[in-house]
Design a protein around this ligand. Structure first.
Ligand code: PEP
Ligand code: MN
Length: 359
């Protein structure tokens, strides 16, 4: 069984630094200001940048490594960089850099992850694995397993949001349920959040960062640039070291639990009531499905389709109206009834197979 060591020895591990290393001055000035805050535990910078189309800024490559080595030595901040090919690992190690992240595009490709995992065998290093671009938990788990199988034990995950077709304010939708499921699969492995790539906009970074800590994440990776408006990549989402300091000062790091007996008793009482309500919900859904069984029999006897568009539109309209009257969101009511309706239709189709029709 593979195991991970929680190497993030802080209750909230903070990684900050620019999207890309652009010049020696940019890297060193950013690191100087970031380290002055004493709240940052590692310095990030992209050396090789995965660009969607050729011709964009592809990173400074190998020449950036001595600058980052200088950061590490001058400010005593461990440096973390993105690796996408075995040669990146080899070059980084020559500059005493042994803290790596695997980017979202690489995680999505098992061939690339396997190549990296093989190159990491026997290397004393720490590796963080970003989620794949698309909301595919198994692909994320697979990449983590490949790295663990190579013998690296200091492994963590980075939640950077997901590409979805839904239009919303995020560059990458958080879909918090996916990192929660990852935690269920790897309870001991730390997960940190990258609010910069989730938001794509600097004004949203704080809220997402706080949200992540409230979700129990173990730290944050925040893109920070000495002069964000002039950044060669991801300029809209980077913040200055001053803004980073403000953000970190305002973040609330919460505890997972407390010994306070009054609170624990109150929590138990409320949870008992919630348990009762959930049991009632299950009973109601069961009763609803029982009615569905009757409908299925009648529809089959009368040669009527299981799915009825008019009825579905009516359900969706009325239920979302009822929900919004009760101050529940339309989006939640839609998702809830889509799920219930899908199960109803599935049940009806199953039952119809067993009932002879009139034809
Ligand atoms: C980055 O961290 O700059 C980066 C390219 O991230 P991602 O792989 O999450 O897009
Ligand atoms: Mn970036």
């Amino acid at each position: 069984m593979n195991s991970t060591i929680n190497f993030l020895d802080k209750s909230c591990f903070i990684i900050a630094g620019p999207c890309s290393a652009e010049s020696r001055e940019q890297v060193l000035q950013t690191a100087e200001q970031i380290s002055a805050s004493k709240k940052v535990h590692a310095f990030r910078a992209g050396v090789w940048k995965p660009r969607t189309r050729p011709g964009g800024f592809e990173g400074m490559g190998i020449q950036a490594l001595p600058w980052l080595q200088e950061v590490q030595e001058t400010y005593k901040l461990p440096v973390i960089i993105e690796i996408a090919q075995p040669e990146h690992i080899e070059a980084a190690l020559k500059h005493n850099i042994n803290f790596f992240w695997i980017g979202a595009r690489t995680t999505a490709n098992p061939f690339s992850v396997q190549e990296l995992a093989e190159a990491l065998q026997g290397v004393d290093c720490k590796v963080m694995i970003k989620n794949p671009i698309h909301p595919d938990l198994q692909l994320w788990i697979g990449a983590i397993e490949r790295v663990l199988n190579s013998g690296v034990q200091q492994v963590a995950a980075i939640h950077r949001g997901f590409h979805t077709s839904a239009k919303n304010t995020f560059r990458n939708t958080p879909l918090w349920q996916i990192p929660i499921e990852l935690k269920v699969n790897f309870p001991d492995m730390p997960i940190i959040c990258d609010p910069s790539h989730i938001s794509g906009r600097r004004d949203l970074v704080f809220d997402i960062a706080q949200n992540a800590l409230d979700m129990g994440m173990n730290g944050l990776m925040i893109e920070t640039h000495i002069n964000p408006n002039e950044a060669l990549s991801d300029k809209a989402q980077q913040i200055t070291p001053f803004e980073l300091n403000e953000l970190l000062n305002h973040l609330q790091v919460k505890e997972k639990s407390t010994a306070n007996p009054a609170f624990n008793q109150q929590l138990n009482t409320i949870r008992n009531n919630i348990d009762k309500i959930d049991a009632e919900i299950i009973n109601l859904v069961k009763e609803r499905l029982h009615l569905i069984e009757n409908i299925a029999t009648e529809k089959q006897k009368n040669n009527i389709t299981a799915f009825q568009l008019d009825r579905w539109m009516h359900i969706l309209k009325t239920r979302t109206d009822w929900a919004t009257e009760q101050n529940l969101t339309k989006d939640f009511a839609e998702k809830l009834f889509q799920l219930i309706h899908e199960e109803s239709i599935r049940t009806q189709i199953e039952l119809m197979k067993a009932v002879p029709s009139i034809k």
